[in-house]
Design a protein around this ligand. Structure first.
Ligand SMILES: [Zn+2]
Length: 384
């Protein structure tokens, strides 16, 4: 479920990134549609209503805004439906891109809420969706004890499912009538191992079903050791991490521990990725560092993966022909086509250009090295 949503999001990003700059206006809407809080839903509804009013004031229907009026009407209806009591909407967030003139209507419920945002401009506003697509981590935790176990499935910052493996026939270590101590202990050990194997089977089955999920294990030393011993190689290469979660820990505490585990691992992978890319750039290999180099690589369609810092503004310019991007101050004329140039949010444009060319984007949360070089770096397909 989660991973197919991820595919839909990536596909959407790719196709929307290809829209031409000089075409009709596109409405981009991001919403927080979490249930369980009526105030938040009301806030989302009001937000959309007010924003639409503002948009139509700038582009009145009788003065060129007729299609925009249709788009906003369609959006208002869709939002009302999503937020109405009894709605079948499953997402905690909603993203919509609409443009009647471009025959564009995309509405995707998302597992993570967005900050409410409505933007009207000639290209879709993709940054929040790009950030989410990159952060689509799913995870599995196998919490195993000598007689009970559960496998928790996490999708996108929340608990998505739980499988319980209880083996009540596994007794404690006390003597029972009729058994010699040794035979009894052997029997108990056999039951306990059987129980861990059953839990492990469930874990492996789910891990196979979610090939991108991060894997976590927790529990007392002995069952954890047995569990690891029975895991097949294809699961072990995914490096399941052992988390120290107390067996008395309540579910919210467990969820927190796993989310911290996911976060930590993601950050480590990002740091590693930044290190390797910058090293590669320094040694003159297939990498670019800093806005200038990265813009040149993007212009040539050479970017395999863009690394972009979450909160470093990257300013630059784009040519009116929308073919070239550049860093820093806008030149009077585009060096490629002699037309004019306009200042732009270069970071956002780079993200669009890379997606449009079939590349990947990694949004890096915190990394001082990436910050120091201006917020962007890239791994390249070929040298530029
Ligand atoms: Zn140009």
């Amino acid at each position: 479920m989660a991973e197919s949503t991820r595919d839909i999001v990536l596909e959407t990003l790719r196709s929307l990134s290809r829209l031409e700059d000089d075409g009709p206006l596109v409405v981009s809407l991001y919403l927080d549609t979490r249930w369980g809080d009526g105030r938040r839903r009301e806030a989302a509804r009001l937000f959309v209503k007010n924003k639409i009013r503002q948009v139509l004031a700038v582009h009145p229907p009788e003065d060129g805004g007729a299609d925009l009026f249709k788009d906003t009407e369609q959006i208002r209806r869709a939002v009302d439906e999503v937020l109405s009591p009894g709605s079948r909407h499953q997402g905690r967030g909603l993203v919509v891109f609409a443009s009647t003139e471009r025959q564009l209507w995309v509405a995707i419920p998302t597992p993570r809420p967005f900050e409410n945002h409505l933007v009207v401009r000639r290209v879709p506003y993709l940054m929040p969706l790009a950030r989410m697509a990159d952060d689509f981590a799913s995870a599995l935790l196998c919490q195993v004890d000598s007689r009970s176990a559960r496998v928790l499935e996490f999708v996108h910052g929340g608990l998505a499912g739980q499988s319980v493996v209880d083996s009540p026939e596994v007794p404690g270590r006390h003597q029972q009538g009729g058994w010699s101590q040794m035979r009894y202990q052997r029997h108990v050990d056999w039951l306990r191992e059987k129980h861990v194997r059953e839990a492990g089977d469930v874990f492996v089955r789910l891990a196979d079903r979610l090939p991108r999920a991060q894997l976590f294990i927790s529990g007392p030393h002995e069952p954890v050791t047995w569990l690891r011993a029975m895991l097949p190689k294809r699961v072990l290469v995914r490096e399941p991490t052992t988390l120290g979660i107390d067996s008395t820990c309540e579910l919210p505490g467990v969820v927190r521990a796993v989310l911290e585990g996911i976060e930590k691992r993601e950050r480590n992978l990002e740091r590693e990725n930044v290190s390797l890319t910058l090293q590669e750039a320094l040694s003159g290999g297939l990498a670019a560092s800093g806005p200038g180099e990265v813009a040149i690589a993007a212009n040539r369609g050479a970017i395999l993966e863009l690394l972009i810092h979450d909160d470093v503004p990257v300013s630059g310019w784009r040519c009116e022909c929308s073919l070239l991007l550049g860093a820093g101050l806008s030149p009077k004329q585009c060096p490629g086509c002699d037309r004019g140039t306009v200042p732009c949010d270069l970071g956002e444009r780079l993200v669009e250009k890379v997606y449009a060319a079939g590349g990947a984007v990694e949004v890096v949360r915190e990394d001082s090295r990436l910050r120091d070089i201006g917020g962007v770096a890239a791994r390249l397909r070929f040298g530029v």
